[in-house]
Design a protein around this ligand. Structure first.
Ligand code: BES
Ligand code: MN
Ligand code: ZN
Length: 488
């Protein structure tokens, strides 16, 4: 079939077989992957790609004028790696994402990578088309024209619609993370989440500081107490299948983390605007569950607070009574995420969920252990492994990590049930996980996903990942919810 006419046409190029001349590389023309174009046109593209030395590295892009017979003005050649390797879904998503970024500002783009896998191609392209919002008084019509409109070869209309919905919700999480901390604070975040959730047909409950005080939410109130902008607890419910228990999602919503009285160094502190990445992902995921009509009840419990130093701030040495009655000695006000999560986890467990996923930009130790692109997944063993595996399947890279018993002693307190930090720095991500485990109700299958690195890309854009908020782990949580809905 002849694809629609478009400004730019995206085709894949893979390295041909090594001719065996001993230089270890391929001197042959690349293999062109362009379903829908006929043999002659494909051959012309291969010659063109070869003559300009277009790279076949996954996600490399080269723009060339369109030869006769291509339904567009120019062609973006995108690398798919070696033609010897089967192209997996993540490679397709990354290539489509990189291509979409290369097409930005050029108008409509037609992506001809693999007609049989429309969802992977469409999702990569849609995620890669994301444009970060700008705070500006200027008319941003020009910026909007810059947004590339992507078409996928043929077929799979449902897959393309689904991919667009997923990409929109990932985009929502990215936009929330990218919103500067003077504009996104607990009150405004809660209102925005409520507005978006109501539009998607969710039930919404916002608890303000008075409600939190009445309820005894000692962790959220302490962490939020130093700010003139008081904390919130937001609850969003998608009512799906009423014949089985709900699944709970909990996300850390620290709208800015100065460290509080245990203040952070100035260098790099501006990045702590992303410390609500877990909350953003949870809000986006429950909205996505509703928009996809998931046959499962999903309840999001999202604590929001700004961690500031002031005369009303909580201090090192304070003993807090958390929601549910557990007492915690604060030894470091910068270990604040676990305190607001603890309250939220106890509240979430009151709904008797079968499973609970919490996610948070919780520890710098996550990055020390696993780097910037592999979320650390802890929790009850079976569910932890299932979440990590599904996360890798969608390209978000979750990796299972232990909760070693010997670290638990480090959380013992002289004066309370627990302290919020250990006296040593070993296994910081795992100690945080152990702290949270104390608040998860018996019998609940639980996964804790630490996305301190993966939620935010402080390097350059690559593949379908933009700079700034990444939207991780929205697609992991969607995959888990769909797996639970399917398997029970
Ligand atoms: N929000 C930070 C963790 C973080 C650090 C996220 C860097 C993203 C990038 C968290 O609240 C924090 O400050 N954690 C401390 C814990 C420590 C005091 C036990 C940390 O990781 O240093
Ligand atoms: Mn902190
Ligand atoms: Zn934090």
């Amino acid at each position: 079939t002849t694809p629609v006419e478009s400004e730019v046409v995206v085709v894949g190029i893979a390295a041909g077989a090594d001719p065996g001349d001993g230089d270890g590389g391929s001197d042959a023309a690349p293999v062109v992957v362009a379903p829908g174009l006929d043999g002659e046109v494909t051959a012309a593209l291969a010659t063109l790609a070869h003559s300009v030395g277009a790279s076949t590295k996954v996600g490399s892009t080269t723009r060339v004028p369109a030869p006769e017979g291509v339904p567009g003005r120019s062609v973006v050649l995108v690398g798919l790696g070696s033609s010897d390797d089967a192209v997996d879904d993540e490679t397709l998503r990354r290539a489509a994402g990189a291509a979409a970024r290369a097409c930005r500002g050029l108008g409509a783009a037609l992506v001809l990578l693999d007609a049989g896998r429309a969802e992977a191609v469409a999702l990569g392209a849609a995620l890669g088309s994301f444009r970060p919002a700008k705070v500006t008084a200027k008319n941003d019509d020009d910026d909007k024209a810059d947004t590339v409109k992507v078409f996928v070869a043929e077929g799979g209309e449902d897959a393309v619609t689904r991919a667009a919905t997923i990409a929109e919700c990932v985009g929502l999480a990215r936009d929330l993370v990218n919103t500067p901390p003077n504009l996104l604070f607990p009150g405004s975040f809660a209102d925005r989440a409520a507005e978006l959730a109501a539009a998607a047909g969710l039930e919404v409950e916002i608890m303000d500081e008075a409600d939190l005080a009445d309820g005894g939410y000692g962790g959220i109130l302490a962490v939020g107490g130093g700010s003139s902008r008081p904390p919130r607890l937001v609850r969003l419910t998608h009512r799906g299948n009423e014949n089985r228990p709900p699944v709970a999602l909990v996300g850390k919503g620290v709208t800015f983390d100065t460290g509080g009285i245990s203040i952070k160094p100035a260098a790099g502190m501006e990045q702590m605007t992303m410390d609500m990445g877990g909350a953003a992902a949870v809000v986006a995921t429950v909205i996505l569950a509703a928009r996809l009509g998931l046959d499962l009840t999903v309840v999001a419990t999202v604590p929001m607070a700004e961690n500031m130093p002031s005369s009303t701030a909580y201090r090192p040495g304070d003993v807090l009574t958390m929601y549910g009655g557990t007492t915690v000695e604060v030894q470091n006000t910068d270990a604040e995420g676990r305190l607001i999560l603890a309250d939220a986890i106890v509240r979430a467990c009151e709904d008797s969920p079968s499973h609970l996923i919490d996610t948070a930009t919780l520890t710098g130790a996550q990055m020390v252990a696993l780097g910037k692109k592999s979320p650390g997944v802890m929790g009850t063993e079976e569910f932890r492994d299932r979440v990590a595996e599904l996360s890798r399947g969608v390209g978000e890279g979750g990796w299972p990590m232990p909760l070693p018993e010997e670290l638990r002693d480090g959380l013992d307190s002289q004066v309370a049930d627990l302290t919020n930090v250990t006296p040593h720095r070993w296994g910081g991500m795992l100690s945080a996980g152990l702290f949270l485990s104390e608040f998860v109700a018996e019998g609940v299958e639980w996964a804790h996903v630490d996305v301190a690195g993966p939620a935010y890309n402080d390097g350059g854009a690559e593949g379908y990942l933009p700079k700034g908020g990444t939207g991780v782990p929205v697609r992991t949580m969607l995959a888990v919810l769909e797996d639970i809905a399917a398997a029970g």
